[in-house]
Design a protein around this ligand. Structure first.
Ligand code: RET
Length: 273
């Protein structure tokens, strides 16, 4: 779905432009890091790092497309960035990205817990399904021309919050006993990952609400358009790359506790003889 946007000042246009560019670099750098860091983990935990790598790769691609769409949607005319009607900004990339990556993020967390097979399968299926539902239900509100709190944006936002609350409920009730079963160090890291998830995921619905309080959104509210894009972008960097680093720390701590030793030293030829 494409969006009609207002004209912007160079400062506003460039802020979003640079944030998108920074995010592409971060996602691809995180991809390389997650792929290379796998060798430091016990084989059992490598799959959660693979999922982290997939998430940032998918996001890097989508930010590349979002960046291209943003660039094409504006032209500098007389010192202002003027919106181009024939090349509207495509906001669907963001939701397609979330649809693919949000279920993967919950899978990542469940995988790193290292639960028995039966338990983890059901947890992943329930959380993954709720995550996908949350994104699908939020989309009609995001692209609706009616951005008011009591209108379409507010309604879809409210419906989408139901699966969101369900995810939080599962994470903070069912998962608590699992976390308590882990050693002190791992339990601390796991509850940090859960808190990071709450803090970053909780920010998306807040960003989603910005247009509800901006009369005339989007064509008459350049500030709200910029705030929404910058807000979602910061959340994505933290929720994907930042969260992946924490998942790595958990997987590393668990690997060490389970006796895994990284064999990094390449022995000189003479030592092998
Ligand atoms: C929407 C619509 C309004 C209500 C709620 C929402 C929640 C969105 C979330 C998105 C998380 C995205 C992540 C992406 C990173 O890969 C859809 C904005 C509750 C929680 C983690």
């Amino acid at each position: 779905m494409t969006l009609e946007l207002p004209d912007l000042t160079p400062g506003q246009f460039n802020l979003v432009y640079n944030m998108f560019s920074f995010t592409i670099a971060t996602m691809f750098a995180a991809f390389v890091y997650f792929v290379l860091a796998q060798k430091n983990l016990a084989p059992k935990y490598r799959v959660s790092m693979m999922v982290s790598a997939l998430v940032v790769l998918i996001a890097g691609y989508h930010y590349f497309r979002i960046f291209g769409s943003w660039d094409a949607a504006y032209a500098l005319e007389g010192g202002q960035y003027v919106f181009q009607d024939d090349q509207p900004f495509n906001d669907a990339y963001r939701y397609v990205d979330w649809l693919l990556t949000v279920p993967l993020l919950v899978v990542e967390l469940v995988l790193v817990l290292g639960l028995p097979k039966g338990e983890s399968g059901s947890l992943m299926a329930r959380l993954g399904f709720a995550a996908a539902l949350m994104i699908i239900l939020g989309y009609p509100g995001e692209v609706s021309g009616d951005a008011s709190l009591m209108g379409e944006r507010g309604l879809w936002g409210f419906i989408s919050t139901i699966p969101f609350v369900y995810i939080l409920y599962v994470l903070f009730t069912e998962l608590s006993s699992t976390i308590q079963r882990q050693s002190g160090r791992v339990a601390k890291l796991l509850s940090n990952a859960r808190l990071l998830l709450l803090a970053t995921w909780g920010f998306y619905p807040i960003a989603y609400m910005i247009p509800m309080f901006s009369a005339g959104y989007p064509t008459e509210t350049p500030g709200a358009v910029v705030a929404l894009q910058v807000g979602y972008t910061i959340c994505d960097v933290l929720a994907k790359a930042g969260y992946g680093v924490l998942i790595y720390a958990i997987a590393k701590a668990k690997s060490e506790e389970e006796g895994f030793v990284v064999d990094e030293m390449v022995k000189p030829a003479s030592a092998e003889a």
